[in-house]
Design a protein around this ligand. Structure first.
Ligand code: GTP
Ligand code: SPV
Ligand code: MN
Length: 597
C-alpha cells in the first residue's frame, strides 16, 4: 500500500497498478538531483549507461536495435467509435484494447521497481500548466523525465489530496525471472509494443518501448495527443510547434510558432542565431506549444516542456552552435557513437574519429559504410542550459504569437516561402502540408506524405474536427490572428544539393515575414499565395547563386496542378466531416491555377 502518497486518486491508482504489474518495489520520485544521480549510478553499474569523460555529468545509452524511434503503426487512439479517432489515426475499440493490454501488463514489472513520477507540463502555477503522473519501470525514463518535465515534490504538493492529474502508465514490457540478468535496453518485440491513448479518460497506456515519445509520456502522448482533445473541448490549442522570439535591430519583438514534421527543423530554427546583422533571436521551445487567447484577444503560447529531446545527427558548431553548447554537460545521449577519448560523435558533427564504438556497440571506422550514430540518435538536455534561451521561456502567461509557420521537407516543387492570403487559406496550407518522412518514426524514410499541421502522428481525435477547431480559433481571433506562412528549407537541385543554406540564414526569410507583419513590404500574388520579389529578401553577405534564388522563389504551376488530385484524395478521406471552408479553399486554388485540372 502506498500510504506515503497524500493524493487519494494517485494512491488508489498506484495500488491498482502494483496489483496488476507486480513490481518488486515502488519508488515515489522526489525530483531531486540525488535521485537522478542514484538512478544513473545504478544504470552505469548494470552496464546500461556509459559516463562520458569529456562532458560533465553526461551519459550515453544504446537502445535495442528494434527500439530506436516512435512507432506510428503501434500507436493507437482508443475510443468507442472509429469516427472519434478519424482516418489519420489507428483506431481500436477502447474496451478491446484494454483487454489486450491488461494481459500484457499482468506481472510485467516482476523483478523491477515501479517509479511514480509526478510531473508538470508547463511552469508550475501557470494557468496553462497541466499535471500528470507517469508510472514506469524504466529508470532511464525517470532520468529523462527529470530533464524534459518539471518533476517531483512540488508537483505532489500541487496535487494536494484530491487534485486531478493525467494518468500515464508505462512499462518496457520485459519482466525478469528471479535471478535473471537485465538487458542493457529491455523492451518488447515490435508486435507487442502498444502506445495507447484513451482520450475519454485522459489516460495513456504505453507498453514495450523505452524510446523517446513512446516512453517519455509527458511529450507526444500527453502534451499533444491527449492535450489536443482537451484543447478542442476547452477552446485552446496543443501544437507540434517550436517557439521563437525575434528582435529587430530597432528592438521590436516578434514571436513565431512553427509546425514542421519530426526531424524537419524545429530545434534548429528554435535555436536560430541570425546571420542578418542587428537581428537577435531567443529560444522559447523546440517541439510543443500550448496556445490560448489572452485577455487582450491575442494568442499566447507557452512551451510545456522543460528540456530538449533533439536529433543529434546534423548538429554541429556550424549548423546549431546553441545546441552544441546546450549539450556540453548534464545531458543524456542515446544511440550516438562513443569516441576513444570518452566523448560522443555523430554524422554531421565534424571530422570523423579514426575509430569509435557505434550505436550498436560495435567497432566503427570511417568508410565502413554504416553510420556510427543512429539517424534518430538524440540528446536530452535541460532547456535552461541553452545559451539563447529567452528570459521569458518560463513566463506563466506565455508570449503573444505574431507569425505561424507551416512547412516540411520537400526536395522539389515547394518554394522557399509563401504567405497565406488570409486565415482560411492559412488553415488550408496547414491542412495540406506535406513532407518527406524521417527516421523519427520506424518506417520508410524519404516518402512524401501529407502531414497536416505536422500533427499527423499526434492529433488525438478526428483530424477533420481539428481543422474545424483551427477555423473556429481564427474566427475568435479575428484581426488579432497571427499571420500564416509556409516555408521549405529543403529544396534540392538535380545534383542533390540544398538550394538554400538554411540554419542561421533562415533569419533572412523571417525578416521578410516581420516586414510583412508591419506592412512594410508588398508581396507578389501567385496562385499558391503571396511571395517575396527576389529583391525583397535581404541577402547581404550571402553568396547565393542567382539560379538558386530563382528556383527557390519560382512557382512551378504545372507541378502544382499535378498536386491537386493528391490534395483531393487527402481531403476525400475525411468525407462529409471535412469543413466546407477547406473545400472552398481547394476550389479557389484550382481556379487560380487555371481550369486545366
Ligand atoms: P523532432 O525533434 O523530431 O520534432 O525534430 P525537429 O523538427 O526539431 O528537427 P531538427 O531541428 O532536429 O532537424 C532535423 C534535421 O534536419 C537535422 O539533421 C538538422 O541538421 C536538419 N536541418 C534543420 N534545419 C535545417 C535547415 O535549415 N536546412 C537543412 N538543410 N537542414 C536542416
Ligand atoms: C518527434 O518525433 O517529433 C520527436 C521525437 O520530437 S519523439 O519524442 O520521439 O516523438
Ligand atoms: Mn517532435
Amino acid at each position: 500500500m502506498q500510504e506515503g502518497l497524500a493524493n487519494n486518486g494517485l494512491r488508489q491508482w498506484v495500488n491498482e497498478v502494483v496489483d496488476l504489474c507486480r513490481p518488486d518495489s515502488v519508488c515515489i520520485c522526489d525530483g531531486s538531483r540525488e535521485e537522478y544521480d542514484r538512478l544513473m549510478a545504478g544504470m552505469v553499474e548494470r552496464g546500461m549507461a556509459t559516463p562520458l569523460s569529456q562532458r560533465a555529468h553526461s551519459f550515453l545509452f544504446r537502445s535495442d536495435p528494434s527500439d530506436v524511434a516512435r512507432v506510428e503503426d503501434r500507436t493507437f487512439i482508443a475510443t468507442d467509435h472509429p469516427e472519434q479517432a478519424g482516418p489519420t489515426n489507428n483506431w481500436v475499440n477502447a474496451g478491446e484494447l484494454k483487454h489486450t493490454m491488461l494481459g500484457l501488463y499482468t506481472g510485467c514489472m516482476r523483478g523491477r521497481t515501479l517509479y511514480v513520477i509526478p510531473f508538470s507540463m508547463g511552469p508550475l502555477g501557470s494557468p496553462m500548466a497541466r499535471l500528470g503522473v507517469e508510472l514506469t519501470d524504466s529508470p532511464y525514463v525517470v532520468c529523462s523525465m527529470h530533464i524534459m518535465t518539471r518533476v517531483g515534490r512540488p508537483v505532489l504538493a500541487a496535487l494536494g489530496t484530491n487534485g486531478n492529474f493525467i494518468r500515464a502508465l508505462h512499462s518496457v514490457g520485459a519482466p525478469l525471472a528471479p535471478g535473471e540478468a537485465d538487458r542493457a535496453w529491455p523492451c518488447a518485440p515490435i508486435a507487442e509494443k502498444y502506445i495507447s491513448h484513451f482520450p475519454a479518460e485522459d489516460l495513456i497506456w504505453s507498453y514495450g518501448s523505452g524510446y523517446g515519445g513512446n516512453a517519455l509520456l509527458g511529450k507526444k502522448s500527453l502534451a499533444l495527443r491527449i492535450a489536443s482533445v482537451i484543447a478542442k473541448r476547452e477552446g485552446w490549442m496543443a501544437e507540434h510547434m517550436l517557439l521563437l522570439r525575434l528582435i529587430s535591430p530597432q528592438g521590436k519583438q516578434y514571436h513565431v510558432a512553427g509546425a514542421f514534421p519530426s526531424a524537419s527543423g524545429k530545434t534548429n530554427l528554435a535555436m536560430l542565431i541570425p546571420t542578418l546583422p542587428g537581428w537577435q533571436a531567443e529560444c522559447l521551445g523546440d517541439d510543443i506549444a500550448w496556445l490560448r487567447i489572452g485577455a487582450d484577444g491575442r494568442l499566447y503560447a507557452i512551451n510545456p516542456e522543460n528540456g530538449f529531446f533533439g536529433v543529434a545527427p546534423g548538429t554541429s558548431y556550424q549548423s546549431n552552435p546553441a545546441a552544441m553548447d546546450t549539450v556540453r554537460g548534464n545531458t543524456i545521449f542515446t544511440n550516438c557513437a562513443l569516441t576513444d577519448d570518452g566523448d560522443v560523435w555523430w554524422e554531421g558533427m565534424g571530422p570523423a574519429p579514426s575509430h569509435a564504438i557505434d550505436w550498436q556497440g560495435r567497432d566503427w571506422r570511417p568508410g565502413s559504410g554504416v553510420p556510427a550514430a543512429h539517424p534518430n540518435a538524440r540528446f536530452t538536455a535541460p532547456a535552461a542550459q541553452c545559451p539563447v534561451i529567452s528570459p521569458d521561456w518560463e513566463n506563466p502567461q506565455g508570449v503573444p504569437i505574431d507569425i505561424f509557420l507551416f512547412g516540411g521537407r520537400s526536395s522539389t516543387v515547394v518554394p522557399l516561402v509563401f504567405e497565406s492570403v488570409g486565415w482560411d487559406h492559412g488553415v488550408f496550407l496547414g491542412a495540406t502540408a506535406s513532407s518527406e518522412t524521417t527516421a523519427a518514426n520506424i518506417g520508410a524514410v524519404g516518402q512524401l506524405r501529407r502531414d497536416p499541421f505536422a500533427m499527423q502522428p499526434f492529433c488525438g481525435y478526428n483530424m477533420a474536427d481539428y481543422f474545424q477547431h483551427w477555423l473556429d480559433m481564427g474566427d475568435r481571433l479575428g484581426s488579432k490572428a497571427p499571420r500564416i506562412f509556409y516555408i521549405n528549407w529543403f529544396r534540392k537541385n538535380e545534383a542533390d544539393e540544398w538550394l538554400w543554406p538554411g540554419f542561421g540564414d533562415n533569419s533572412r526569410v523571417l525578416e521578410w515575414m516581420c516586414r510583412r507583419v508591419d506592412g512594410e513590404v508588398a508581396a507578389r500574388e501567385t496562385p499558391i499565395g503571396l511571395m517575396p520579389e527576389p529583391g525583397d529578401l535581404n541577402l547581404t553577405g550571402l553568396d547565393l547563386p542567382a539560379d538558386h534564388l530563382a528556383a527557390l522563389l519560382d512557382v512551378d504551376e504545372p507541378a502544382w496542378r499535378a498536386e491537386i488530385p493528391d490534395i483531393e484524395a487527402h481531403f476525400a478521406r475525411f468525407g462529409a466531416r471535412l469543413p466546407r471552408r477547406l473545400a472552398d479553399q481547394l476550389a479557389r486554388l484550382k481556379e487560380r491555377l487555371g481550369d486545366s485540372v
